[in-house]
Design a protein around this ligand. Structure first.
Ligand SMILES: [Zn+2]
Length: 264
């Protein structure tokens, strides 16, 4: 697996129907300095589509599209127990960079919490079996999530995607071996607490992401979000941290490589 120099969108769903012309997008991304993307899965029924998308970038472009495989807590009603051995097989045969996106979303209806915890734990166990990091979606459940990771003694780290918590929560995740995904949410003027958290993060603590096509940044709030928005997001981070944008690119790319167990 090789990721060239440049910035990386560590979380975008480019296999979704919104991106109907991936070849054109690829050319524009290369021009804008993108060195690679990580596309996480959301549901097992789309694993074949995601693998086909990655394979469409074979040859000279291989390594540009990286994938994670897992089942997202939003789509709990789609997941079936027999898909866990299927995920296990895919992790062995497709060798994704990580298990994801998986996690806990306690902003959703309360009756699914026990089930969300079960699915999260099963998939963390698979990540441990295959010695892979995880790509995590977490809302209103940071303590519960950390509790599962500690109990299972999970040591492979990964990315806490779309992180918008406090500096204190950030610090806890860094101690658990994770990096934090920073994206469009921080481009909003009202996100003052987030601005303070971003300014205070250590250089080794974050990666860049868009979560495209969702979560459009303030400067493109009525558009379909795309990884092409990363340079402006990076510029916001650079201003908050009082650093040049190139520093943000260099640190976040290096952090991505480390978190995904890739050698730089
Ligand atoms: Zn996502």
């Amino acid at each position: 697996m090789e990721i060239g120099m440049g910035w990386i969108d560590s979380h975008c769903h480019l296999d979704f129907a919104e991106f109907c012309q991936p070849a054109e997008l690829y050319a524009r991304l290369k021009e804008a300095g993108c060195g690679g993307v990580l596309v996480p899965a959301i549901s097992a029924q789309y694993f074949p589509r995601l693998l086909a998308f990655k394979e469409s970038f074979a040859g000279a472009n291989s390594g540009f599209v990286n994938i994670a495989l897992g089942m997202h807590p939003y789509f709990l009603s789609e997941h079936q127990e027999q898909q866990l051995p299927l995920l296990d097989e895919y992790l062995a045969s497709a060798r994704p960079l990580a298990v994801g996106e998986i996690g806990l979303d306690f902003a959703l209806e309360a009756h699914g919490f026990a089930s969300q915890l079960w699915w999260f734990e099963q998939q963390v166990r698979l990540a441990m079996k295959h010695q892979l990091p995880i790509v995590v979606h977490c809302r209103k459940a940071h303590d519960q999530l950390a509790c599962v990771l500690r109990r299972l003694k999970f040591r492979h780290g990964g990315i806490i995607h779309a992180f918008s918590g406090s500096s204190q929560q950030a610090h806890k995740y860094l101690q658990l071996g994770f990096v934090l995904g920073l994206g469009g949410a921080l481009t909003y003027d009202r996100a003052k607490a987030m601005h303070r958290m971003v300014a205070a993060l250590p250089a080794h603590g974050y990666v860049l992401e868009t979560d495209s096509p969702d979560m459009p940044p303030a400067f493109a709030r009525h558009e379909i979000n795309s990884p092409l928005n990363i340079p402006k997001i990076a510029e916001c981070i650079a201003q908050l941290r009082g650093e040049p944008r190139q520093r943000v690119y260099a640190d976040s790319t290096q952090n991505f490589m480390r978190a995904m167990q890739l050698s730089a």
